[in-house]
Design a protein around this ligand. Structure first.
Ligand SMILES: Nc1ncnc2c1ncn2[C@@H]1O[C@H](CO)[C@@H](O)[C@H]1OP(=O)(O)O
Ligand SMILES: [Mg+2]
Length: 285
């Protein structure tokens, strides 16, 4: 078969659009909030409902036996988070749940697809802005059919960098996060930002609106689709220690180029976070 995954790619775009419409509608009604690992780790009925809709549609289209599914809420409910060679969908139904709860206007549906552990395509629908980002390996990245390209800034002093604070409030981790941000701010850079969703942050790198986004603590479903979009827009992905990007490692630097990525890496204070594919799966965040 010449182009085996085009149908899956097109279908993912439509599924993301439909899921985004459900989220938009839910954002207009009363949002009932529960918590997962801590009081700041939020989940809503919409997260669970939208994940069921997405996985249900994909299973109906592609069959349950041949394709595997890694979804944020399924993993929180005890399902496995192992990436195998099988065709695998990696799904975050509502990336930016805290934003969704507060009405902060960046919320994204993130759907990625990997085969033989290689990411084939990624779709991110920023549903409150109504922007559809997508990329297929080797075929470029787009936002609503406009090609995307990363910024050409190579001087860190002329950059905007995104990072986030995560959901862990242990003082040692928060201290490292703020110390890293302080060091980067004082390089100095033009500014620090954060949209509250890793998926949208990666789209901002791919669009050239910022030069880099890095974070420790994120999960594979937060960054899988964004990884394809950043790469296809001409950007780079690295581990926070400068090694190769590892989707299951819960940490990542995405940037417009390697010079910017490596300059940021010099300042990052690394802290531990259990891998997504750690042998014993607990409820974690
Ligand atoms: N423990 C964690 N630490 C850091 N970021 C996390 C995190 N858990 C989830 N994230 C994700 O990182 C971004 C903000 O830090 C969001 O995309 C958020 O996804 P979520 O909204 O789906 O939970
Ligand atoms: Mg997420």
């Amino acid at each position: 078969m010449e182009d085996p995954w085009q149908e899956a790619y097109d279908f993912a775009v439509e599924v993301a659009r439909g899921a985004g419409a459900v989220i938009r509608k839910a954002a207009e009604s009363e949002i009932k909030v529960s918590t997962k690992s801590s009081t700041v780790d939020l989940v809503t009925k919409t997260d669970e409902r939208v994940e069921k809709i997405i996985i249900g549609s994909l299973k109906e289209q592609f069959g349950e036996g041949t394709h595997c599914f890694i979804g944020e809420e399924s993993v929180a409910n005890g399902e496995s988070c192992n990436l195998t060679d099988k065709p695998t969908w990696i799904i975050d139904p509502v990336d930016g749940t805290t934003n969704f709860v507060h009405g902060f206007p960046f919320v994204a549906v993130s759907i990625a697809f990997a085969v033989n552990k290689q990411l084939e395509f990624g779709v991110i629908y920023s549903c409150l802005e109504d922007k559809m980002y997508r990329a297929r390996r080797g075929k470029g990245a787009f936002c609503d059919d406009e090609p995307l390209a990363v910024s050409d800034v190579a001087d860190i002093h002329k950059s905007i960098i995104i990072s986030e604070h995560g959901t862990d409030r242990s003082p040692e981790k928060v201290k490292k996060i703020f110390s890293t941000m302080q060091k980067i701010l004082c390089i100095p850079v033009h500014g620090l930002r954060g949209s509250g969703t890793a998926a949208t942050n990666m789209c901002l790198v791919a669009s050239g609106a910022v030069e880099a986004f890095f974070e420790i603590g994120i999960h594979c479903w937060d960054i899988a689709a964004g990884a394809v979009i950043v790469k296809e827009a001409g950007g780079v992905l690295l581990d926070v220690d400068g090694g190769p990007f590892d989707l299951m490692s819960r940490r990542m630097v995405s940037a417009n180029n390697e010079t910017i990525a490596r300059r940021i890496i010099k300042e990052i204070e690394i802290f531990d976070s259990e891998r997504d594919d750690a042998p014993v799966q607990k409820k974690k965040k």
